[in-house]
Design a protein around this ligand. Structure first.
Ligand code: KG4
Ligand code: ZN
Length: 335
């Protein structure tokens, strides 16, 4: 099989990333994280677009240099078409189109959610089709039956907040800095996960709901802090552990049923929330009980990165799935 040399650009949210794939391997995966959003407690779309414009060319140059690849050696230019923030997607999309046009190279439009899933093929151990993937990020929570690299079916998804959003929003209620997920994870390690029982979002089928948890935590904290203004400070680790436990149980409940009903035993975890230490442990424990084989990519390929876009583009290259200059960014692109 011919292994194309691919430059991939990822700019769907607040990370600017470029990666170079050579001989099926990621030779460089450079990510510039935007700090400007921290002071606002969330991603400010217009500031994200501007930061992408500043970071993109240095990041691309760094990736090419690190990989030791010259522009004329590239076989294709890939970019994230969607889903994501329109203003952010447009920066990466326009850059990729312009570069492809200038170099006379083929263009490949990649779906960000497919890329999170196909990140599992960057390094060993790789799952074998078909497998079940739980994608948990700041923007999405999906249960996907992955039949092949090009054929995927969403069987469950969140009807409100994403799992990462549930971490970030509850962390914000506890006064933790943005994004709160990693902070909450760290504090939870010292806490009691069953001290404060919060509601597990129980949805029919394989769908998820996390808005009830956020509301429950909000009202619980309001009630407790009127009696004791230091309640959060005094119980921070237990609060974090209890919230994290609830999110994990919500995810595991649907995952367990989806795996059983579909007869799938290879379970893959994707997206930034895959970094959560409690979730990783809970999944390993569940795997021992259920006889699952669990796959979790290296951290740098879980959070938003262009490496996963390059790997997905390789599958598309081999299938002859190229885009034209008429392709446009799509903030709501479906899987
Ligand atoms: O996939 P990602 O990098 O970006 C999106 O496409 O959204 O995911 C970012 C999300 C954020 O909500 C962040 O708080 C969460 O992943 N996250 C974590 C952890 N590390 C990142 N959540 C819980 N525990 C972590 N260790
Ligand atoms: Zn993502």
């Amino acid at each position: 099989m011919h292994h194309p040399t691919i430059l991939a650009i990822e700019s769907s949210c607040d990370d600017t990333s470029a990666a170079v794939l050579v001989n099926g391997e990621i030779r460089a995966n450079v990510v510039a994280t935007q700090q400007v959003h921290e002071q606002y407690g969330g991603v400010v779309p217009e500031l994200a677009s501007r930061a992408h414009q500043q970071h993109l060319i240095p990041v691309v140059n760094a990736a090419l240099q690190k990989a030791g690849v010259a522009r004329h050696d590239l076989d294709a230019i890939a970019f994230t078409q969607g889903p994501g923030l329109l203003g952010s997607l447009l920066v990466g999309g326009m850059f990729a189109k312009t570069l492809a046009l200038a170099l006379g190279k083929p263009l490949i439009a990649v779906n960000h959610m497919r890329a999170h899933i196909l990140a599992h093929f960057i390094e060993e151990p790789r799952p074998i089709f078909p497998f079940l993937c739980l994608t948990v990020s700041g923007g999405h929570t999906q249960l996907v039956v992955v039949k092949s690299a090009l054929e995927m079916e969403i069987i469950g998804q969140t009807i409100d907040d994403a799992a990462g959003e549930a971490f970030d929003k509850t962390a914000k209620l506890l006064g933790l800095p943005y994004p709160g997920g990693p902070h909450l994870d760290k504090l939870a390690r010292e806490g009691n996960p069953t001290r404060f029982p919060f509601p597990v979002g129980a949805m029919p089928g394989y769908d998820f709901s996390f808005s009830g948890l956020k509301t429950a935590v909000l009202y619980f904290l309001k009630k407790e802090t009127t009696q004791n203004p230091d309640f959060v400070q005094q119980n921070l680790a237990d609060l974090c552990a209890s919230i994290q436990h609830t999110i994990i149980q919500t995810l595991l409940r649907q995952l367990r049923r989806a795996a059983a009903d579909n007869g799938l035993t290879q379970i893959a975890l994707a997206g930034g929330v895959a970094a959560n230490s409690g979730l990783r442990q809970a999944l390993q424990d569940e795997a021992a009980v259920q006889g699952w084989q669990v796959f979790i990519p290296a951290f740098q390929y879980c959070t938003d990165n262009a490496g996963m876009v390059a790997k997905t583009a390789e599958f598309q290259y081999q299938a002859g799935d190229f885009a034209t200059q008429l392709v446009s960014s799509d903030p709501r692109l479906k899987l």
